[in-house]
Design a binder for this molecule. Structure first.
Ligand code: ZN
Length: 280
């Protein structure tokens, strides 16, 4: 009887008992998934006989997946090392998730897109720019995507633009802030959320050292941007500083964002405004 047939004759629950790591047996069983005969093969190398394990495709695939998981873990640890002491997430978004998202009229579409993006993350080709009025749940959903992917073991980062630009300004005088390490991590992660891009005025320093390197470095990677500005106003935000001095006249930032992302206009009303109406 061949080992495969023997394995198939056994109840599935005990087929694994054929697995043994004993190199003295030429064959010691077969894979319970693909039924390939497993064992050892002898090769003569430089006059010495060596035994090599025969692997089936499932084992190879399993090992490959394990290596991917290990590699993601290592990169996540690297990112955590840099960001441990830096708080770049607004307090209101710390625990934002899909479950505690408050649906409201107009928010159904963006909610479905965010959830679908998370579920299908590995196969998604584009990132997104969620734009619309402040306080309508864009950042909450972007944070929900990032937290969910983080829980699944993906290297991710959530960076609030106002906090990031403040950190960039501080880094000029405070040499403990390693801005280039922050930028490198933001480029390296599998998902970056750049929240509230287009807030305040962009400075020459921030453009050259933060905005452009990150956006340029993330070409062909998945990024979620949230913005209160329309695509046209976002382009203008990149184009010049508050004194009208040119920063990104050629629209390199917005071109790269357009190339890598789909824009979603979140038409949901602002939660803050809704609350305000009730108070009225
Ligand atoms: Zn197999």
């Amino acid at each position: 009887m061949k080992a495969q047939d023997l394995a198939m004759a056994l109840p599935e629950s005990i087929r694994t008992s054929l697995s043994s790591n004993n190199p003295t047996w030429e064959h010691w069983g077969c894979c319970i998934a693909c039924h390939k005969l497993l064992g050892y093969k002898e090769y003569a190398i430089l006059g010495r006989t060596r035994k090599f394990r025969i692997h089936c495709d499932c084992e190879i695939e399993h090992d490959k997946q394990q290596r991917v998981i290990q590699e993601r873990k290592a990169r996540t640890l690297e990112v955590q090392k840099i960001f441990n002491r830096l708080n770049l997430i607004p307090d209101s978004l710390t625990n934002a998730g899909f479950k505690n998202f408050q649906q409201r009229e107009g928010s159904e579409k963006i909610y479905e897109i965010a959830k679908g993006f998370y579920r299908n993350f590995e196969n998604e080709k584009f990132g997104y720019v969620f734009f619309g009025t402040p306080g309508n749940g864009k950042s909450h959903l972007a944070r929900a995507v990032q937290r969910s992917l983080d829980a699944d073991g993906w290297p991710t980062l959530f960076l609030d633009w106002p906090k990031l630009s403040e950190l960039a300004r501080r880094s000029i005088k405070d040499e403990r802030i390693n801005l280039s390490a922050i930028v490198r991590a933001a480029i390296d992660v599998d998902l970056l959320v750049l929240d509230d891009i287009g807030t305040g005025w962009l400075t020459d320093f921030e453009f050259k050292n933060v905005a452009f390197p990150i956006i340029n470095g993330r070409q062909n990677k998945k990024t979620l941007y949230t913005a209160n500005l329309s695509p046209e106003r976002l382009e203008a935000w990149f184009a010049s500083d508050k004194d009208g001095k040119a920063l990104d006249e050629d629209g390199r930032c917005i071109d790269r964002i357009i190339g890598d992302c789909k824009f979603v206009h979140n038409k949901a009303t602002s939660m803050r405004r809704e609350r305000a109406r009730i108070i009225d």
